[in-house]
Design a protein around this ligand. Structure first.
Ligand code: PLP
Length: 392
């Protein structure tokens, strides 16, 4: 196996991802008691970092759960059973919004899209109007099962426009789990009411924490909702975001705070540019092998591509066994048909390593990637990813 000098496997999966150095150091700290001023300060520092990531002046609650827990917390805290929501569904994660609503007795109007498609703003508004009314629209900024990026600002603008005509609009809730700190996201500027994040993706932290950002309208709505909820009752968390209602995963809080601080120091626009470049570099390689990407509008955090008859299982196995590179298979109905590669936190050296591995593995299957023919373009793109070399 052609491992790196350190012998570690490299995770090119869309979560969990390789930890940043800061995240690893943060994990090693002593436990602070969660009912102490030191912990309150830590949680409040984390919230400031999260506000800077979500680009909001609203509040951000930290939950000890995976990202799905934060999605469920948002659903049960923002909508009452019997209320109606609109969910564009184009893959496994956007479908999860619909499943969580179904499980909690909230009426779902699905907008069914094909894999790789993204919600169309006019279509979303059309569905709200056809339904008569809706309490919420649940979006997925990056559909991690296909790498498709939803144009969140365009959907929000169309909803605002409709809201002016009709004297109000549904609440917008966005799953940013694989787009936060990856693709441009501006919660306040775009008028997003509620947004979800998780520790193990763009934050380059360990799995286990999830985040709900909410503006004043969303927090006010939480008081009026009627369904059953307890651990995931967000009122408990938003009462005072620095005093957690239950024992949080303390070591993860230090870890994620330090990791996000490192990312913020690099600058969000530089991060967004680096991810556009790494996704473009991966697309360049796979397209030169004659393979097609799944997403029409490409997100920064994951590139999925159709295998066009190549064997998913053996490509993934060869990448792992011969090159120490872990990639993700397709999920559900896409298993065996696509592979998914993520360059979260990966700079030029790692992407070169991926390129070399792909050339060899895909080459063995009779598809050639001629790196030398794309060298100048690749060089240019990788230049933008060199910011990762200065991550602490
Ligand atoms: C990873 C992910 C989640 C959360 O998944 P968990 O396994 O519950 O952390 C939610 N939405 C998207 C788009 C994701 O990629």
């Amino acid at each position: 196996v052609d491992r790196d000098d350190d012998g570690r496997l490299r995770l090119f999966t869309p979560g969990p991802v390789d930890l940043s150095g800061a995240a690893r150091r943060g994990l090693a700290r002593d436990i602070i008691h969660h009912r102490s001023t030191a912990f309150e300060r830590l949680l409040s520092d984390l919230e400031e970092c999260l506000k800077a990531l979500f680009l909001t002046t609203g509040r951000v609650a930290t939950l000890t759960s995976s990202g799905t827990g934060a999605m469920e917390a948002a659903v049960v805290s923002l909508f009452s059973p019997g209320e109606r929501v609109i969910v564009p569904v184009s893959g496994k994660f956007s479908a999860r919004w619909a499943e969580i609503c179904d499980a909690n007795g909230i009426e779902v109007r699905r907008i069914d899209l094909k894999p790789g498609e993204a919600a169309d703003p006019a279509d979303v508004v059309g569905h709200i109007e056809a339904a008569g009314s809706a309490a919420g629209v649940l979006l997925t900024q990056c559909e991690t099962s296909t790498g498709s990026l939803t144009d969140v600002p365009a959907v929000c603008a169309a909803m605002d426009e409709m809201g002016k005509r009709r004297g109000g609009r549904p609440l917008t809730c966005v799953d940013c789990v694989t787009s936060l700190a990856i693709d441009e996201f501006r919660m306040d500027d775009w008028h997003v009411d509620c947004a979800i994040g998780a520790s193990q993706k763009g934050m380059l932290g360990p799995p286990g924490l999830a985040f709900v950002a909410a503006n004043a309208a969303a927090v006010a709505r939480m008081a009026r909702v009627s369904g059953p909820r307890y651990y995931f009752d967000l009122r408990k968390y938003f009462d005072d975001t620095t005093r957690p209602p239950f024992t949080p995963a303390v070591p993860l809080v230090s870890s994620v705070r330090e990791s996000i601080q490192g990312l913020l120091d690099l600058g969000l626009p530089a991060l967004w540019r680096a991810y556009r470049a790494s996704a473009a570099a991966i697309r360049l390689m796979i397209e030169s092998a004659g393979l097609r990407p799944v997403a029409a509008s490409q997100a920064g955090g994951v590139v999925a591509f159709w295998l066009d008859g190549l064997d998913a299982e053996s490509i993934a196995r060869d990448l792992l066994e011969r090159h120490g590179i872990v990639v993700a298979q397709g999920q559900g109905g896409l298993r065996g048909k696509i592979l998914r590669v993520s360059a979260m936190g990966k700079g030029p050296a790692d992407i070169r390593r991926l390129a070399g591995a792909l050339v060899s593995v895909v080459g063995d299957m009779g598809r050639s990637i001629r790196l030398e023919e794309m060298e100048s373009r690749l060089e240019q793109l990788l230049e933008d990813t060199s910011i990762w070399e200065s991550l602490p």
